[in-house]
Design a protein around this ligand. Structure first.
Ligand code: 5AD
Length: 362
């Protein structure tokens, strides 16, 4: 068995080194890696966690990703779109809770009707919040004109997961049509950055057909593309999706969870300045999943402040945690659980990505 200590002690890893760390099943290696990542996080951010209120605006989606529960072909779910006035109420709630930013997430819709609605929603939100409020959008691939329009309307952060940096794996988990093109995804990520957004991406961990080498390349991709924000979590099956057929190919939950923590830790060590979200999907595999994510180097949490009635319909994967909780409960539970792990929420800092600040000051 190879001694990984000399590798883990470094601040930068090559792709083969990352793969070696991911391959190791030694508890000692895991412990050393997580402890190191946590030290790196604390030396840059202290024990402070940034919060963003997550609003799941709509589960309508024009895409058909083979792993996702809100894919267009899933006729078993009831579709919804939260009306502007209800969104504004959620925003008022966020302000009351001293959240200084939200993430607006929805299935991918590229119609003019939808994109213009978002533009007008942004201006309505800023009327309530004033300019001192950060809005992150997570609305899938959009044209550069639309990305521009939303930036002009005040959005400053955009999340678009590439899902995997391997084109061949991407093709295995998406239908092969123009709506699901790896090249377009990368191009859109580039447009997001060029528009001026703090740019976020991420991948799913433990997908069928995925190798540790693929995951190592994902980290290298994020580092060399100077990504500002990272959101990555374990793949979790959804019975009403085509990828469910391959459920026997994936790692047991415990190993997928551990692999996800390792990915967060490696990302933190190699990219000390990025914001890393502790993904909700971690919580589906472990009661303290997100808190353990913080201990592995993540520094952002996104309490779900979508009203319970809608939240129950935004099911991307099986066993979504806290789907019946009110927004109030989501924040309370999160705060007390993070507290148990010695982490505290920070309210008087927007938590802009330091990586973004460095990148744009160059
Ligand atoms: N398991 C884990 N994550 C998923 N997502 C979609 N479906 C699943 C699943 N079955 C993630 C994708 C997408 C984000 C919104 O949710 O990475 O980009």
């Amino acid at each position: 068995m190879k001694d990984l200590k000399p590798i883990i002690e470094k601040m930068d890893f090559s792709a083969p080194e990352i793969a070696e760390i991911l391959d190791s099943s030694e508890a000692e290696d895991l412990e050393m890696l997580l402890a190191k990542a946590y030290t790196v996080k604390n030396s840059f951010f202290g024990e402070n966690i940034y919060l963003r209120g997550l609003i799941e605006l709509s589960n309508y989606c024009n895409c058909n990703c083979l792993y996702c529960g809100i894919r267009n072909d899933n006729k078993k779910i009831e579709r919804y779109l939260i009306e502007d006035d209800d969104v504004l109420n959620i925003v008022r709630f966020a302000l009351k809770k001293k959240l200084n930013g939200i993430v607006i997430q929805a299935g991918e819709i590229r119609s003019k009707e939808f994109t213009s609605r978002i533009t007008s929603l942004l201006s309505k939100i800023f009327k309530i919040t004033g300019d001192d409020f950060r809005i992150t959008l997570s609305l899938g691939e959009q044209s550069s004109d639309v990305l521009n329009e939303w930036f002009e309307a005040g959005a400053r952060r955009y999340l678009l997961r590439i899902e995997t940096s391997s084109e061949s794996l991407f093709k295995k988990i998406h239908p092969s049509d123009y709506k699901h093109s790896f090249r377009s995804r990368l191009k859109c990520l580039d447009e997001i950055r060029k528009t001026g957004y703090q740019t976020g991406t991420g991948v799913m961990i433990g997908l069928p057909f995925q190798t540790n080498q693929d995951l190592a390349n994902d980290i290298i991709f994020m580092k060399y593309n100077e990504i500002d924000m990272i959101g990555m979590g374990p793949y979790i099956v959804h019975p009403d999706t085509p990828l469910y057929e391959y459920k026997n190919l994936i790692l047991p939950a415990e190993n997928r969870f551990e692999l996800s923590l390792k990915m967060i830790a490696i990302a933190r060590i190699m990219m000390p300045y990025v914001n890393i979200a502790s993904a909700t999907a971690l919580q589906s595999l472990d009661t303290f999943g997100r808190e353990k994510g913080l201990k592995a180097g993540a520094n952002v949490l996104m309490p779900n402040i979508t009203p319970a009635g809608f939240k129950q319909k935004y099911i991307l994967y099986h066993n979504k945690p806290y789907k019946d909780d009110s927004p109030e409960d989501s924040i309370k539970t999160m705060e007390s659980k993070a507290g148990l792990f010695g982490e505290k929420f920070i309210y008087d800092d927007y938590g802009d990505s330091r990586q973004y600040i460095l990148r744009t000051q160059k």
